[in-house]
Design a protein around this ligand. Structure first.
Ligand code: FES
Length: 184
């Protein structure tokens, strides 16, 4: 009798402890999920995501501005609102030596909007979107992993990379809204 009482008291306490442990775990999971949602949402300040398409409000990106949005949940897209000088610089380099030559006109639907998937060849996200980040000699983007440089058309300008930035399917709903994920 004495022995059973001695065992039953800790068992009740252990049950309460387990519930507290489970509750604490749930609260941590909810906190992590919320933090992840805030992080993902912060990548899309001007975008509305709906299934396979991302709708971007171009009015929020001034000339020379750069915006990063996500497409299909986790694919980063770089958008550059190119100035006349940036367009001219990209086009002046059309015949420059490149590993994967492409005319700038073939990479954009509207000269002032560059829309690209910025995956570097090992999956790293190049720098250059945020003010103050290194952009390299051609003013586009820089990947610090192996030093690749990309120009204002998203073309690879150094020798050791594996591809230009890809151009995703996209279309312009009008002069304000860009739809990523639907071709013209
Ligand atoms: S992964 Fe970007 S330069 Fe190598």
């Amino acid at each position: 009798m004495t022995e059973r009482q001695g065992h039953s008291a800790p068992a009740a306490g252990g049950g309460t402890g387990r519930w507290l442990f489970v509750l604490a775990g749930l609260l941590i999971l909810i906190g992590l999920a919320f933090a992840a949602w805030v992080l993902i949402d912060s990548l899309n300040p001007s975008a509305e995501i709906s299934g396979p398409t991302t709708r971007v409000d171009l009015a929020t990106i001034p000339p020379g501005g750069r915006e990063t949005v996500t497409w299909k949940g986790n694919i980063p897209i770089f958008i550059l609102h190119r100035t006349p000088e940036q367009i001219a610089a990209a086009r002046a380099d059309d015949s420059a030596p490149m590993k994967f030559p492409e005319a700038d006109r073939d990479r954009v639907q509207r000269a002032e909007w560059l829309v690209v998937v910025p995956r570097c060849w090992r999956g790293f996200l190049p720098k250059g979107q945020a003010p103050g980040e290194p952009r390299g000699r051609w003013g586009g983007w820089y990947c610090r992993q192996h030093g690749d440089l990309y120009d204002l058309s998203g073309r690879l300008r150094t020798a050791w990379g594996e591809a230009n930035f890809a151009v995703p399917p996209y279309s312009f709903e009008d002069d304000r809204w860009l739809i990523i994920g639907e071709g013209p």
